[in-house]
Design a protein around this ligand. Sequence first.
Ligand SMILES: [Zn+2]
Length: 284
Amino acid sequence: MLARRLPSILPSLTLAEALDVTRIHSVAGLLPAGQALVSRRPFRAPHHTVSYAGLIGGGAIPRPGEVSLAHHGVLFLDEVAELPSNVLEVLRQPLEDGHVTISRAAMTLGYPARFLLIASMNPCPCGFLGDTARRCCCPPMAVQRYRARISGPLLDRVDIHLNVPPVAYDDLAARAPAESSAVVRARVEAARDRQLHRFRQVPGMYANAHMGPRELGRYVRVDAATEAVLKSAIVKLGLSARAYHRVLKLARTLADLEGVEDVGPGHVAEAIQYRVLDRGTAVA
Ligand SMILES: [Zn+2]
């Protein structure tokens, strides 16, 4: 539900992005008749039984897979732990480079694949671990095995880990109405504008997520107090260098959403909270 609402708060496609998306859908034969340009960000939600070729791309003449059809949009993988591990591991390339390479005997082809990945999984095989209303009966070893299906290197490439506890119906009904998608979207558009401005002289880069270590050093400067929060998190959580960079990028985005120029200790502290799975206790 949360994932499916996401496209409603994403910034509109730029013309260049719309052209990219249209090209890929056209190659895949998925451009609706009479439609010249895809104007909405793609939202792809393949089932966990999707084949390797279906997800990454393939065929005698390699066609784009779901990762490319989701280019500039959202790839939603529900019950991600159910995907075969070889399929999960190949997600690392597009998550890192925004690109996939498909090799066949006859040829090697590349497709763009820069998507926003949303993946969901249960806290344990039965799904009730951490639930206050129902009891989980999974042995600890089974929980560990289940979580281990998502490898550390793959988790490292995910910016935000979030524990979504079940909400009782009464709580949901009693809750005050949240902000509308339009209000949130306006904030997202403003944050994206700040990023477009920030990277105006860096070709091919238009969002904080695309920053490498060099750009991080240049665009995400932190003061001593913020540095101290970061250092203590690295020691306590044992963050990898990659996870550390994710924290910085996310903190930059949180500051952009707030409309402030400097990344402060609050932004970094919030970004660290989204590394739940680095702590090895997804239900904390
Ligand atoms: Zn369980």
